[in-house]
Design a protein around this ligand. Structure first.
Ligand SMILES: Nc1ncnc2c1ncn2[C@@H]1O[C@H](COP(=O)(O)OP(=O)(O)O)[C@@H](O)[C@H]1O
Ligand SMILES: [Mg+2]
Length: 429
């Protein structure tokens, strides 16, 4: 009998991409996506249960004999959803609440980094706004002020002078812009260099490192404008050498996994450190405890192995790192966003041209903020769709992706035109 899998928290491009790749496994008979979006129904069955309806989700898994539950988003992991699934006897991909703290508490992560001598920016942690301001006054600028908790990617403020730092501290700690996520803050040294995402699958003991990738956070070309959830990604990054990867393994990945295991909370799932490659070498900006979005959209295009086997192996403590195989080419994903995003935007706008785009060779569309209504595909979020392409070269993948983007239209649609086109950073590669 084929296996049944459920992807939980399934409304984003990440979840559609995971469901797509799982559905291509020869072992998988059925993929459920809870609750899913306007595209996930093409690769599985959307299940109308919200991620906070834990008991309903567990009931569903039991009555439908689900073999593996894959939990996508950070807040669900931080709330201990993986623990509840495991307690219910379900094989679950995703870290425990305790291990997920490495993402959900930047203060926890910094302490771990200090303990394991992991390279990161110098910092102090504060729970008192006056003390924080006193510290900020004596620092060099730019300076980075971060809410410790989960803040939907908005809790990091880069300050050019003390005035800005004081305002950032006030916004996070006194005005409580990120609620309890800002009760503790980190003030840290500003790093310069090039940002790289690493993704690592771990079963608590064994781990496998993915090819590198790069996200494009800012809304406009040339990394201008406010930050978003991510406007596109590509990988692998040619200038990241094997030697640099080995250094990141030794100094950033291995000690973090060791540190969590030593603390009694081994990490099962996807560990995703965000790094700054500085002139002094790689430094950790943060650890995420789940797959990146939009990085996942390119990884599923690059992965040659069976994703079900890998995630199931992580969930059951049997990962064999040598069995994780990658294609030799490149993948690119371009995010199509609603007019106004990352600010206010309209919803329920009709999307056209999707069928034409899908017909292009080596293109897959992973939906995010879309929904199907009376047979029409409508927008329902800020990031609407990921247009992903695979190519033998990066140039080929880029040109394929934009060829497909040109087929799709909705009023107000905007996207970056420079995904994958960043120069090799100076002094590296
Ligand atoms: N110390 C730092 N120096 C320079 N830039 C930073 C620093 N810390 C964070 N950033 C920038 O802010 C972004 C978000 O910070 P990060 O720690 O990844 O928080 P989150 O993803 O939780 O919002 C990073 O991707 C990076 O661009
Ligand atoms: Mg980040």
């Amino acid at each position: 009998m084929g296996k049944k899998v459920i992807v939980i928290g399934g409304t984003g491009g990440r979840e559609h991409a995971l469901a797509w790749k799982l559905s291509r496994s020869s072992q998988v008979e059925k993929v459920y996506i809870a609750p899913g979006n306007g595209g996930t129904g093409e690769v599985g069955e959307n299940v109308d249960i919200q991620p906070n309806e834990t008991d309903k989700l567990i009931d569903f898994c039991k009555t439908h004999s689900v073999d593996l539950a894959v939990i996508g988003p950070d807040d669900l992991l931080a709330s201990g959803l993986a623990d509840k699934f495991k307690q219910a006897g379900l094989a679950t991909f995703g870290p425990s609440k305790k291990a997920a703290q490495i993402e959900a508490s930047k203060a926890f992560a910094k302490d771990l980094m200090k303990k394991k001598k992991i390279p990161t920016s110098s910092y102090e942690t504060f729970t008192d706004a006056n003390k924080a301001a006193g510290y900020a006054k004596k620092q060099n600028y730019p300076l980075v002020v971060k809410a410790s908790g989960l803040a939907l990617g908005k809790g990091v403020i880069i300050c050019q002078n003390f005035d800005e730092a004081e305002k950032a501290i006030e916004l996070i700690m006194l005005k409580k812009a990120f609620k309890s996520a800002g009760e503790t803050i980190i003030i840290e040294e500003f790093l310069t260099g090039s940002e790289v995402s690493f993704h690592v699958l771990s079963d608590g003991k064994n781990y496998a490192i993915f090819p590198t990738s790069q996200d494009h956070k800012q809304v406009f070309d040339g990394d201008k404008g406010p930050n978003t959830g991510g406007m596109g990604a590509f990988g692998p990054i040619s200038w990241v050498s094997d030697a640099l990867k080995d250094e990141v393994d030794e100094t950033v990945i291995k000690p973090a996994l060791e540190g969590l295991a030593e603390a009694g909370s081994p990490f099962y799932g996807c560990l995703y450190p965000g790094l700054m490659i500085t002139p002094q070498g790689p430094k950790t900006l943060e650890y995420n405890a789940r797959f990146g979005d939009p990085e996942t959209e390119i990884y599923v295009r690059l992965l040659d192995s069976d994703l079900f086997e890998l995630l199931y192996a992580c969930a059951t403590g049997n990962l064999k790192p040598d069995t994780v195989k990658w294609k030799l080419g490149y993948a690119v994903t371009v995010v199509l966003a609603s007019g106004g995003y990352p600010g206010d935007y309209q919803k329920n706008i009709e999307i056209t041209g999707v069928k034409n785009a899908q017909q292009i060779e080596n293109i897959e569309l992973f939906h995010a903020g879309t929904k199907l209504q009376n047979g029409k595909l409508l927008t329902s979020g800020g990031r609407v769709m990921n247009v992903t392409a695979y190519g033998d070269t990066l140039e080929e993948a880029i040109s394929k992706a934009y060829g497909a983007v040109n087929q799709i239209h909705f009023e107000g649609m905007h996207y970056r035109k420079d995904i994958g086109k960043r120069e090799t950073p100076k002094g590296i590669g």
